[in-house]
Design a protein around this ligand. Sequence first.
Ligand SMILES: Cc1ncc(COP(=O)(O)O)c(C=O)c1O
Length: 471
Amino acid sequence: MATALPSDYNKALYTPLAEADPEVQSIIDDETWRQFSGLELIASENLTSLATMEANGSILTNKYSEGLPGARYYGGNEHIDRLERLCQQRALKAFNLDPAVWGVNVQPYSGSTANFATFTALLQPQDRIMGLGLPSGGHLTHGYYTAKKKISASSIYFQSFPYQVDTKTGLLDYEGLHKNADLFKPRMLITGGSAYPRDWDYKRLSETAKSQQAYLMSDIAHISGLVAAQVQNNPFEYCDIVTTTTHKTLRGPRAGLIFFRKDKDPEVEGKINAAVFPACQGGPHNNTIAGIAVALKQAADPAFKEYAAQVIKNSQTMGKRLIEHGYKLQTDGSENHLLLVDLRPIGLTGSKIEELADLCGVTVNKNAVVGDTSALTPGGYRLGTSALTSRSMKEEEMLKVADFLHRMTQIALEIQGKVGKKLVDFKKAAHTHEGVKQLKKEVEAFATSFPLPGVRDTSSIKRPSGANGHA
Ligand SMILES: Cc1ncc(COP(=O)(O)O)c(C=O)c1O
């Protein structure tokens, strides 16, 4: 027989969200509608599964488990130990790794903390690191600083000297990197980025790292799903450390992983584990670890290979269509899930496209393109196909989405032609433009004809009333 629900001060602990907190529920409903009715083209996002969300929203959130399986600072962890071990096994399996050669820490709260924990484990303060520069498509956490300010902790606590892409081709300048590494002598060479549309030559990078006796770390946050599916080069063949987020192409909850090669250096495992906890983090988020485990099981399934291959086909199809429409893509195409559109040849900025896209129900982000002089007004925007592929869209739909993007850009040019280049004037005019309203309607009709991961019955998704629904 079920225990009776309390009617005292604990009553609220049993009330469903919609009843307990209509305000938060309505924000979730509005966001669900936005994801359903719009086109998600942010390259760092994806749409996770129902099972992952169930695990992530589970009762596991209650448990403290500082430490590692079998060595915790709290009691009551027998099931959490099973969970973390399962997640570790699945992580190694998803990336085809031999447990005698590789280990993994599944506790990082995010990609940024996974990276900082890695630096904490293997470097001394003020050691030298080299990562792809942010304006070249690298990530903040790989040592980003500006002339006036050290922006990322990775540049505050370490000496950072970025490498770049070639200013003509937009491709990685491996030779320049090798030469600079010879001068700078990094302790760690970091590969991986957030806006690089091409695959990485890990063999070549390992030659540079070896020549300096530096660690080779690869941050595969963006492409980890594609690496797991073996549709990208394999960083594990050459790297000492591989970090990733779990919520991008890997399609899990928001978190990070650190893989470390343990056969060459028996101390690395202890160093990484101690850097995650207690050096950089406290108790693991066990609900998230459960979500990662679920996502990794899916990533090891043959269906995920098909998904990952489709992500790339989709980005290449979208890229080709954009080129047909006359746009310049950085590196003239893509080998992964993302595209960088260079708007400078047509005299637009990324900020304007991002703004206008939002009004049309299309989500993209402004992004620096190679040779940009101002970080404040990036000359391009970034697109990614992971989320739309999770909504079961294929090549045919990518053509349609590219056509939407083209129409949007033409509207942006028309508005700019009328009101001039100032973003405030552009925004004002865009809000009342008839073409924008029409495009939003068409985007919505198109997007809502596709499923939304995690929602079994999309007829349950309600259009918000009033301003949020743009009805
Ligand atoms: C390459 C790379 N590394 C790390 C991160 C940081 O991940 P998080 O936002 O989970 O901290 C990102 C996020 O976009 C990324 O693109």
